[in-house]
Design a protein around this ligand. Structure first.
Ligand code: ADP
Length: 525
C-alpha cells in the first residue's frame, strides 16, 4: 500500500473529531526573541522542521481540548513555542493508529523496512544543523554536543536499518524423527516509548530504530521539556516514507499518557528512559496487561582512578565522563574515587581542567557547559552541596550559581566526599565532581558497588590484570577502561540492579522488540 493511501486510511479510521483538530499545513509563528535565538528558530522553521502538534496516524494534531504547553530555552528563559498538551484521548487514538498500522508494517519485507529507516537516517544527517539547533535551544547543550548527538542518534537508525535484515530464527534438531522444530522471531506489536529531555533525539532513535526494524509500530512520548526535536525527527520519518501510524508522537500530561499506554491491551511493550522512580511505576503498571518492559534508569557511576593511572588520560577521561551535557546524563561519573597516592596530583590537575570549561549559551561557539534544564535541577545541586559541606566535604572550585544567572551553575569539584553524603548516595545530575579518597583496590570496588544503581562505571589504570579484575568485579552494565565516553550504537547499553532492564543498541538491541515463536511440525516423515 502506498504511504498516501495508508495516511488516508488511518485518518479515516480516527473519525471526525480527530480530523477537526488535524492540520498538516499549520504555519508556526516565530515569537519575539533575542536575535540569535530568533535567527536559529527562523532557520528551523524555513526547513519545515518547526512542528508543534502531536503526530497521530500521519496527521499533525492539536490537543483535542486545544490546550498547549510552552517550551522554554533554559539558557535565556524565552518561550520557543507552544506545543499541544495531550492526554489519554489522544494517546488512545495514537495507540489505535499504531495498532492498525502494525498489520501492514510488520508484513513488509525486512528489506523494505530497512530502506525506510535508512532514508530516515539520511534525512536526519541532511538536517543535522537544524536538529542540533533545536536541541541546543530547548535543552541547552552546546552546539558541538548537539551535533554529536545528531550523529549518535542517527547512527541507531543506520545500524538497525542494517540489522533488520539479520533477524534470523532457528531450526532445532528434533527429538522425534517425524518432526521439524522451528523458532521464528516476530515483532512484539505496538510499543510505547517514553523518553527524557537530556538526549532529545538519541533516546528516541535508540528505541524507535530497533522497534521499526523488527516490524513493531510505536507511540512515542518525548519529554515535555524537549518535544520540538522529537517532532522534527518524526516529520523526517514521514518524509522518509515511514508509513502514517507506524510512528506516532503524543506529549503533554505525562501520567495520563503513561496510564493510557499501560492500560491498553494493544500496547505490548513499554520502553522507557528516565528516572528510577517513574521507571518503577511503569514496571508495576505493566503487570496488569503483562507487557514486555525495558528500562534505562538512573545511574550512580563510579570513576576509579588508581595510583598507577596515566594522570593525563585519567583527567581527560573523567572530565569528559563527568561534565558531558553539564553532568546531566545517566552515565556521567557521579563519584570520582581517587587512590591516596595520586589524590593530590590528580585533584590539582583535574581542578585545572575544570577551570578551563567555558560556561555559556550553547549557541556560542566557545561554550562547553550549557545551563541546567530547570530551576529544580539547580536546587537539587545546591541541596547536595550543602549536605556535603555540612558533613565535612570541601568545595575546591565552583560550588555556586554562575554569574550568568538563569540555571547556569559553576563547574564544581568537591573534595573529601564520603559514603554518608547525598553526593555519594544519589545521582546529582549536574556539573559537580565529588572526589572520594580510597586506599586499596578492594575498598574501591566495595565503595563503587555500594549503591542500588548499576549503569556505567569507569576505571583508570595502566595495569592490564587490574583492569580485568576490577571490570569483572564491578556490578555495572557498562565499564570504561581508560576512557570516559563509551556509548556507541554497536555496543549494548543498559544497567543492572535498579538501573534497569534490557539493552539498547547493538545486535542485542532487537531482542527487546521480538517474541520467539516455537513451531512444531508433526507427521513430517
Ligand atoms: P527526569 O527526572 O529525567 O525528567 P522523568 O522520569 O521524570 O525523568 O521523565 C522521563 C520521561 O518520563 C519524560 O518523558 C516524562 O514526561 C515521563 N514521565 C514522568 N512521569 C510519568 C508518568 N507518571 N507516567 C509516564 N511517563 C512519565
Amino acid at each position: 500500500m502506498s504511504t498516501a493511501m495508508m495516511t488516508m486510511r488511518r485518518a479515516a479510521a480516527l473519525g471526525a473529531r480527530h480530523m477537526l483538530a488535524a492540520s498538516s499545513s499549520r504555519v508556526v509563528p516565530i515569537r519575539h526573541m533575542s536575535a540569535d535565538v530568533g535567527a536559529a528558530m527562523e532557520k528551523i522553521r524555513a526547513a519545515g522542521l518547526l512542528k508543534t502538534q502531536g503526530l497521530i496516524a500521519g496527521q499533525w494534531v492539536d490537543a483535542y481540548d486545544g490546550k498547549t504547553i510552552e517550551v522554554e530555552n533554559p539558557a535565556t528563559g524565552e518561550v520557543l513555542a507552544s506545543v499541544s498538551c495531550m492526554g489519554s484521548r489522544e494517546t488512545s487514538d495514537a495507540i489505535a493508529s499504531a495498532h492498525s498500522t502494525f498489520y501492514s508494517w510488520s508484513k513488509l519485507t525486512a528489506n523494505e523496512r530497512s530502506k525506510a529507516l535508512r532514508k530516515w537516517y539520511d534525512l536526519i544527517i541532511a538536517h543535522k544543523e537544524e536538529l542540533a539547533l533545536l536541541m541546543t535551544l530547548e535543552q541547552g547543550k552546546p552546539m558541538k554536543e548537539a551535533l554529536g548527538e545528531v550523529n549518535y542518534g542517527a547512527s541507531f537508525l543506520e545500524y538497525f536499518a542494517e540489522e533488520a535484515k539479520r533477524i534470523y530464527g532457528d531450526i532445532i534438531p528434533p527429538t522425534l524423527s517425524d518432526r521439524r522444530l522451528l523458532v521464528l522471531k516476530q515483532p512484539v506489536g505496538v510499543v510505547g516509548a517514553i523518553t527524557p529531555w537530556n538526549f532529545p533525539l538519541a533516546m528516541i532513535t535508540r528505541k524507535v530504530g530497533p522497534a521499526l526494524a523488527c516490524g513493531c509500530t510505536v507511540v512515542v512520548k518525548p519529554s515535555e521539556f524537549t518535544p520540538l526535536t522529537a517532532l522534527a525527527a518524526a516529520d523526517l520519518a514521514l518524509q522518509a516514507g515511514i508509513p502514517a501510524g507506524a510512528l506516532n508522537v503524543v506529549m503533554g500530561n505525562a501520567p495520563e499518557i503513561g496510564d493510557a499506554l499501560l492500560q491498553s491491551t494493544q500496547v505490548r511493550k513499554i520502553t522507557f528512559t528516565g528516572s528510577t522512580a517513574v521507571g518503577k511505576k511503569l514496571m508495576a503498571g505493566s503487570a496488569d496487561t503483562v507487557k514486555k518492559v525495558s528500562l534505562e534508569l538512573g545511574g550512580n557511576a563510579p570513576c576509579i582512578v588508581f595510583d598507577d593511572a596515566d594522570i593525563d588520560v585519567a583527567v581527560k577521561g573523567s572530565l569528559a565522563a563527568k561534565f558531558r551535557n553539564s553532568g546531566q546524563t545517566c552515565v556521567c561519573a557521579n563519584r570520582i574515587l581517587v587512590q591516596e597516592g595520586i589524590y593530590e596530583k590528580f585533584a590539582s590537575a583535574f581542578i585545572k581542567a575544570v577551570q578551563s570549561l567555558q560556561v555559556g549559551n550553547g549557541l556560542e561557539e566557545t561554550t562547553s557547559q550549557g545551563p541546567l534544564i530547570n530551576e529544580a535541577a539547580v536546587q537539587k545541586v545546591e541541596k547536595f552541596i550543602n549536605d556535603a559541606t555540612s558533613k565535612g566535604a570541601n568545595v575546591m572550585v565552583g560550588g555556586k550559581r554562575h554569574s550568568l544567572g538563569m540555571t547556569f551553575y559553576e563547574p564544581t569539584v568537591v573534595g573529601n566526599v564520603s559514603n554518608d553524603m547525598l553526593l555519594f548516595r544519589e545521582e546529582v545530575f549536574g556539573p559537580v565532581a565529588p572526589l572520594i579518597p580510597f586506599k586499596t583496590e578492594e575498598e574501591a570496588i566495595h565503595l563503587a558497588n555500594d549503591t542500588n544503581a548499576g549503569l556505567a562505571a569507569y576505571i583508570f589504570t595502566k595495569s592490564i590484570p587490574r583492569s580485568w579484575r576490577v571490570s569483572e568485579s564491578l556490578e555495572y552494565g557498562l565499564v570504561g577502561v581508560n576512557e570516559g565516553i563509551i556509548s556507541t550504537e554497536v555496543a549494548p547499553f543498559g544497567g543492572v540492579k535498579q538501573s534497569g532492564l534490557g539493552r539498547e543498541g547493538s545486535k542485542y538491541g532487537v531482542d527487546e522488540y521480538l517474541e520467539l515463536k516455537y513451531i512444531c511440525m508433526g507427521n513430517m516423515s
